[in-house]
Design a protein around this ligand. Structure first.
Ligand code: FAD
Length: 272
């Protein structure tokens, strides 16, 4: 199928994009188009106007500080995968990016677009929740900083206003001692996760996050307390408590958590 008619706007400044989104009725932001355009092709969405962010140079900029990196909104999965932008996570971001869809999707799909799309089985919502990242946004009313954990409200639902867009994603640097593991359970390469676990072994302790289990990524607080010494039956029970899942789903999630944790435990500590 093909989308219904729409007007394509391609502003070259952040101010211009904010003004268009405030003025135009029924407008949607266009990032990489790798989720929105298929949805429009299927006529599940028919916006009258698309405000394309990809000509705005400021949104491709990446800025580094001692304690964090800010990735411009149109930073693509491929740019993270290939480390065309700095990695501040001891390799977690490039690894997560490399597992997203196929190369053609990674070439165009954006970090901010994935967060705004808010699919809990996608990589970035879970990874960015685990890293306690934040988005910076813009509208004609001004700017906001929203922690990703607050941004994500449910399936395809965020706290963004209709005329507000993400300008950058702020990620705090992981300490050199922090080890991570990510395990994506999918039927075949290129598909969305059926279970997506992220384990962070920080100096202060273990943090476990899980995607594809509920409408938003969840932190496995019960599982964290026993996971490092638990065998699979104990993990099954704790993961069941944290996720509310049972049967096959619970088994999938427990195994992906176990594999993410093992990957973190066996990762060599980065020396800088
Ligand atoms: C076949 C296929 C396989 C895929 N596999 C995976 C996978 O395994 N893992 C995974 O994580 N993803 C997967 N994806 C999704 C892909 O990663 C998309 O790139 C991503 O979900 C959306 O990013 P985008 O830049 O393309 O956003 P778009 O498609 O342009 O937009 C998506 C939504 O976000 C909004 N939006 C975009 N940018 C902004 C912004 N800066 N501010 C506010 N709102 C914005 C749009 O209005 C729209 O509502 C797959 C997609 C396809 C088609």
């Amino acid at each position: 199928m093909k989308p219904t008619d729409f007007s394509h706007h391609r502003p070259s400044t952040v101010d211009g994009a904010a003004a268009l989104l405030a003025e135009l009725p029924d407008a949607k932001v266009l990032g990489g188009g790798q989720s929105l355009l298929p949805i429009m092709n299927m006529r599940l969405a028919s916006p009258e106007h698309l405000v394309d962010l990809t000509a705005i140079r400021d949104l491709r900029a990446c800025t580094e500080a001692d304690d964090q990196v800010r990735y411009g909104a149109t930073t693509t999965h491929m740019m993270l995968e290939e480390q065309l932008v700095p990695d501040c996570t001891n390799g977690l971001l490039p690894h997560a990016a490399s597992g997203i869809g196929y190369r053609a999707i990674r070439n165009r799909g954006t970090l901010a677009g994935s967060l705004a799309h808010a699919d809990s089985s996608a990589e970035w919502p879970t990874v960015m929740s685990a890293l306690d990242a934040a988005v910076h946004t813009r509208s004609v009313r001004g700017t906001r900083r929203i922690p990703v954990r607050d941004l994500l409200q449910g399936f395809f639902t965020t706290t963004l206003e209709d005329d507000e867009f993400i300008t950058s994603v702020e990620v705090a640097r992981l300490t050199p001692e922090t080890r991570w593991g990510l395990y994506k359970m999918a039927r075949k390469p290129g598909e969305f996760a059926e279970s997506l676990a992220v384990a962070l072994l920080r100096p202060k302790g273990l943090e476990l996050w899980l995607g594809a289990a509920r409408d938003v990524p969840i932190r496995l607080t019960n599982t964290e307390t026993i996971a490092e010494s638990a065998d699979l039956p104990d993990l099954l029970e704790a993961v069941g408590t944290d996720t509310g899942s049972d049967g096959h789903q619970r088994q999938l999630h427990a195994v992906s958590v176990q594999r993410a944790l093992r990957a973190a435990q066996h990762q060599e500590v980065t020396r800088v």
